[in-house]
Design a protein around this ligand. Structure first.
Ligand code: AMP
Length: 569
């Protein structure tokens, strides 16, 4: 992408830009509420006021010298001030760079330096973390001219943080509440998010105005998330994870009420907001929802307003889908990637499937689903051939479309590996190993790096995990391949117990259960009980951490199963 400079101004007319969504919400839904849980309590205002504050932010950014193509970082949880940057920054032609505060300091320093952020908005509860990253690598922050504290004032304890802080409300004060936004080109970079790979430093993905516009339009369709103005939308997925899956943009475009759950919301906070604000649609990774359901075991929670929970980021275990169904809430299983702005597929049932029997419907809904309109995909096997749509054969998922990036920011070596140019448009190689069934539903069998190869055959860690998590006494489970002399790798299960069964009994039950359902060589060689599955900064199971931790433990040094992988010898 070429960038910076006048070419991003539109000479006339208008392009596919985010500003149109704000324009609509201000005028068509001026009285619709935006609600935010903050350290000061619940704050609420309407789109009309929101628009005014976004305008003031636009002027304040101008005043701070932020120009076309400049990057502005945020280091924040989900709240109304962060939401104001979602439109304020792109509308002046700058680029909103959401930084994941859960990353290690050296990654934070790397991405701020790489993005050359001019201003960083930071939450009070995250200021110490940011100050730590600055202290660790001060020169990485040379581009930053101003840190803005997302609070009404700079408290004494933060005054000495080492960051040159101005509070957000003072930053906006004295600025006009209307703004003649510049006409921007759809090619103007509007957003940026870094994706953490398994190795090396995070890679930057830039979102242009038109990528975010197209993603928003697709998510508004019934085949996407089908958000409309009767919804009350609460993204629990953090706004630093790929724009909270685009929901603040989609909800604004729809003119829906929005609820932001604030810093580190726990299950009680989430439950309270659903009840008190009448949330109809919420979204987050599976761990969040396991937490809510657990909370509901001991507490009365009224979920009657809640219609849908979007689950993504990791596979939604079928047991989770069923538990929500029992409470009258539909789980919408979605798959996506940072590189895809992020939504790619959603597991809706197709016409006619409503009449299918329960098991068949669950089978579809637990898959990663159907590509949303606007995207294309294919699945490529190890020989470079497309796999048939038979739900059996698997290969790597390749995708392309208007909101799929075609390059990483300043990372040519990664570009060469992960993108393939083709006559119809550049493909992104997702690294996800999938099957496609005859109806077109994709199912992730594994991440390429997580597939367990035993005796030349593949074992899906995802399937084993789902099977284990379906057991009543299992809170969470993950399965990794441990190096094995004879079989190259053998699966070992790591289980967080969630019931009263003693460990030996539970381990035997789990292994018997897997043995009943899967080939014998899929049965894990061991079940290890742990207190918690380590998570990555984006809430996924961190198998890398487990692999490192257990690399030297000879979990699988015992007898190999007699009847192991058929591919062996
Ligand atoms: P990220 O870029 O951090 O959002 O990670 C993207 C990766 O998360 C995908 O390539 C998948 O491996 C995984 N992922 C996202 N959604 C799902 C899902 N619904 N089921 C399984 N894996 C998922």
């Amino acid at each position: 992408m070429t960038r910076r400079g006048d070419r991003y101004y539109m000479p006339g007319g208008s392009d596919q830009t985010l500003g149109s969504f704000l324009w609509r919400a201000e005028r068509m839904s001026p009285d619709t509420e935006i609600v935010s849980r903050t350290p000061e309590g619940i704050e609420r205002y309407e789109y009309e006021k929101y628009g005014e504050r976004v305008a003031r932010l636009g002027h304040a950014l101008d005043g701070a010298g932020v120009g076309q193509g400049d990057r502005v970082g945020t280091f924040c949880w989900n709240h109304h001030r962060h939401f104001e940057t979602y439109f304020g920054v792109p509308n002046v032609g700058a680029q909103l760079h959401t930084i994941n505060p859960l990353l290690p300091n050296e990654h934070i320093a790397y991405i701020v330096e790489n993005a050359a952020d001019r201003v960083i908005f930071v939450d009070p509860s995250l200021a110490e973390k940011l100050a730590g990253a600055v202290a660790a690598e001060e020169s990485a922050f040379d581009s930053v001219e101003q840190f803005v504290l997302m609070a009404p004032s700079v408290t004494e304890d933060l005054d000495g943080s080492g960051l040159d802080l101005v509070d957000y409300e003072s930053f906006l004060a004295d600025h006009e509440s209307s703004y003649e936004w510049p006409a921007l080109s759809g090619e103007q970079p509007a957003g940026m998010c870094y994706t953490s790979g398994t190795t090396g430093m995070p890679k930057g993905v830039e979102y242009t105005q038109s990528m975010l516009w197209a993603h928003t339009m697709a998510t508004l369709t019934p085949q996407g998330l089908g958000i409309d103005d009767t919804d009350v939308v609460m993204p629990v997925v953090p706004m630093f994870h790929v724009n909270a899956w685009g929901m603040p943009f989609s909800a604004t475009a729809a003119g829906a009420k929005q609820v932001f759950p604030g810093p580190s919301p726990d299950p009680a906070d989430i439950a309270g907001l659903i009840e008190n604000e009448g949330v109809t649609l919420t979204a987050g990774v599976p761990t969040v929802w396991f937490g809510l359901l657990e909370h509901m075991e001991d507490n009365d929670v009224d979920l009657s307003a809640l219609e849908r929970v979007v689950i993504g980021g990791s596979a939604a275990p079928p047991s989770l889908i069923r538990q929500f169904d029992e409470r009258g809430v539909e789980v919408v299983h979605a798959w996506g990637m940072t590189e895809m702005s992020p939504i790619g597929s959603v597991a809706h049932l197709k016409a006619g499937m409503e009449g299918w029997d329960d098991e068949d419907r669950y089978d579809k809904r637990a898959k990663q689903g159907l590509m949303v309109p606007g995207l294309e995909f294919k699945v490529i096997d190890e020989d470079g051939a497309e796999v048939p749509w038979d739900g059996e054969e698997f290969g790597e998922l390749w995708v392309r479309g208007p909101w799929v990036t075609t390059e990483y920011f300043e990372r040519p070596e990664a570009n060469a590996e992960e993108f393939v140019e083709a006559p119809g448009g550049t493909w992104l190689k997702t690294g996800d190993v999938v099957t496609v069934d005859p109806e077109g539903y994709i199912q992730i069998v594994d991440r390429e790096k997580d597939v367990i190869k035993s005796g030349g055959e593949w074992i899906s860690s995802v399937e084993l995990e789902n099977a284990l998590m379906a057991h009543d006494d299992v809170a969470e489970a993950t399965v990794i391949g441990i190096p094995h002399e004879r079989w190259q790798e053998r699966p070992v299960a790591f289980v967080v117990p969630g019931g009263s069964a003693d460990e030996d009994t539970l381990a035997t039950e789990l292994l018997d259960m897997i043995a009943d359902e899967y080939p014998k060589w899929w049965v894990p060689d061991d079940v290890e009980f742990i207190e918690e599955v380590p998570k990555t900064a984006t809430g996924k199971f961190s198998k890398k951490d487990l692999r490192e931790e257990y690399a030297d433990e000879s979990l699988v040094a015992g007898e190999a199963p007699e009847e192991a992988a058929p591919g062996d010898g």
